[in-house]
Design a protein around this ligand. Structure first.
Ligand code: HEC
Ligand code: HEC
Ligand code: HEC
Ligand code: HEC
Length: 446
């Protein structure tokens, strides 16, 4: 069935039901009065045209009211369940010995609103993939009252709505699927069977979701999303590393830089990796994936130089023990745990920081000035640099400054990443120099 038809059908099916359901839910919610009892009701409950299923965005209401339509037509989360039926997924199921992925809890955990029967407020179809309540939390307790005049988001949050408007909470929610938790995981086995690698950056991923919400009035909001998102991602990545060293299947290859194993080989005379050397690890041993930190460290230093030094030292240790194949999993786990605690305090500091055009300009300068060392950290770090420069520069562009040479230079970074296995650090670095020069010429960050 075409996406549009699914959406039409769902709208008609629920347009009437939702009104009754809302009234009932309001009564139940008042009786329950607390969030612990909130259950999942499925996306159909949100799809009525007077609720979130409008076709055109409403510009004079607090929310757009066409969120359901945006999600069905444009958001890949709606297709998440159907992806499990694709030939690639079916082959993945065979390679992993788990049968049909569309029935496997291992896959449904992230590709659908798969909740236990006790947590369901009513029966609903999980084939609509990652739906409203996957991000906004179980709705039974607030579904009815949240349509009342004068009702606030805080009141819904008290009844079990997830506080997705809070940037730190939002980042944590996205990462439950885009990085994984103890219960739901994408590991190298799954990747080798065909799963895409999990790469995430809150600001870029929010922009391409695409948004079904009104844009923030603050032009620097994207920088905040990027900064807080980076710090939380580092904390969560270190927790995952610590967890995996205890899992019995260590070494887990997806904790390493993919391209320290998966790059195309060249003659020694043209190998940039041999030319670069293997700092802080044995020659030829795979490197810990430091991409979660390569760019964040520049921000951390800008915000709190002394606290960032402590984190820097601990992360150096994580890098060394993880990149040494004979380290004990216990040593790696303990170091990762210590570093994740330091990263947690960085989250708090970044969350309290004011982001403005000046800071964004300074960061653009500082990141691009470190082109050589970032490029040498390999492909995943180079990707983070490109996404960070892009987010920071968009904040500039939004404030009325157009600088076509800077834009062209940043776009050039993405072109260098088109074929990751053929990534070439000296070329990426040369492009970073171009970005830096274009920023200077435009007087940004001085
Ligand atoms: C319940 C799990 C889950 C949560 C929570 C989640 N995602 Fe996703 N996300 C997925 C899955 C699964 C896919 C792949 C969908 C498919 O099959 O194409 C995906 C895909 C995406 C894509 C498309 C990526 C691409 O390569 O085109 C973006 C963008 C995205 N998510 C952003 C976000 C953001 C931002 C958040 C938090 C606000 C978030 N996601 C929360 C599971 C989740
Ligand atoms: C930890 C959460 C998680 C688990 C578990 C998981 N996935 Fe995914 N999957 C994702 C996310 C997130 C994406 C989107 C990645 C991106 O594009 O950045 C994705 C993307 C995919 C895609 C690519 C979709 C597209 O449109 O290109 C396929 C296929 C897929 N997953 C199949 C599976 C299968 C099969 C399983 C079970 C063996 C599984 N996934 C388990 C989170 C998960
Ligand atoms: C992948 C996660 C995700 C899914 C799935 C999702 N949302 Fe959202 N939604 C968000 C995020 C993140 C925001 C807040 C963004 C912001 O304001 O910066 C948001 C904002 C909203 C808002 C505006 C809230 C406000 O107070 O301004 C509404 C309304 C909304 N979503 C409804 C829906 C509906 C209805 C669905 C299902 C059809 C849905 N969402 C599915 C992540 C999600
Ligand atoms: C320590 C080395 C190492 C690291 C690090 C590593 N892999 Fe692998 N990977 C392997 C080996 C060995 C195979 C099996 C290759 C074969 O059978 O030809 C493999 C297989 C694969 C395959 C399937 C083979 C193919 O050609 O399609 C994919 C995809 C893959 N890895 C992706 C990744 C990604 C993405 C990462 C990072 C998240 C990663 N690998 C990290 C060693 C590694």
């Amino acid at each position: 069935m075409a996406d549009f038809e699914v959406w039409q059908k769902a709208r008609f099916r629920f347009a009437v039901g939702v009104v009754l359901l809302n009234c009932l839910a309001a009564v139940f919610a008042a009786a329950q009065g607390k969030s612990g009892n909130s259950r999942y009701v499925g996306p159909g409950s949100c799809s009525a045209s007077a609720c979130h299923g409008g076709v055109q965005p409403m510009l004079n209401t607090r929310v757009l009211q066409n969120e359901y339509s945006t999600w069905v037509v444009k958001d890949s989360h709606f297709r998440a369940f159907r992806s499990l039926q694709s030939p690639i997924s079916q082959r993945m199921g065979k390679l992993l010995g788990i049968g049909n992925p569309a029935n496997s809890p291992k896959c449904l955990a992230c590709h659908a609103l798969a909740v236990s029967p006790e947590r369901k407020g009513r029966d609903f179809d999980i084939s609509e993939g990652v739906s409203c309540e996957s991000c906004h939390g179980p709705a039974s307790a607030w579904l009815g009252p949240h349509t009342l005049r004068g009702w606030t988001t805080q009141q819904s949050v008290a009844l079990g709505m997830y506080d997705i408007m809070d940037v730190a909470h939002r980042s944590e929610k996205c990462l439950t699927c885009h990085l994984g938790t103890a219960e739901k995981e994408v590991d190298h086995k799954m990747i080798a069977a065909g799963h895409p690698d999990l790469v995430f950056e809150l600001d870029s991923y929010s922009a391409i979701e695409p948004p079904h919400w009104k844009p923030s009035g603050d032009p620097n909001y994207g920088v905040r999303l990027w900064a807080v998102g980076q710090a939380i991602q580092l904390r969560e990545a270190l927790k995952r590393l610590a967890r995996r060293t205890q899992s019995g299947s260590w070494p887990e290859f997806s904790e390493y830089d993919c391209f320290s194993c998966h790059h195309s080989l060249t003659k020694p005379e043209s190998s940039w990796r041999q030319e670069r050397g293997y700092e802080n690890r044995g020659v030829g041993s795979p490197a810990w994936n430091s991409a979660h930190y390569t760019i964040l460290r520049i921000l951390a230093k800008d915000i709190d130089a002394s606290a960032s030094q402590q984190l820097e030292t601990e992360l150096q240790n994580v890098y060394q023990v993880t990149s040494n194949m004979s380290s004990s999993p216990k040593d790696i786990g303990e170091s990762a745990q210590r570093a994740s605690e330091l990263a947690a305090s960085l989250v708090t500091k970044i969350n309290e920081t004011k982001f403005d055009k000046e800071r964004a300009g300074r960061l653009l300068q500082e990141i691009s000035a470190q082109g050589d060392s970032i490029s040498n950290q390999d492909t995943r770090s180079a990707e983070q640099a490109a996404m960070a420069l892009d987010s920071l520069f968009i904040c500039y562009e939004k404030q009325g400054s157009t600088h076509p040479t800077v834009r062209a230079a940043i776009d050039g970074l993405f072109q260098e990443l088109d074929n990751p296995s053929a990534y070439n650090a000296p070329r990426f670095s040369a492009q970073m120099h171009k970005v830096n020069a274009a920023l200077h010429e435009s007087g940004i960050g001085q």
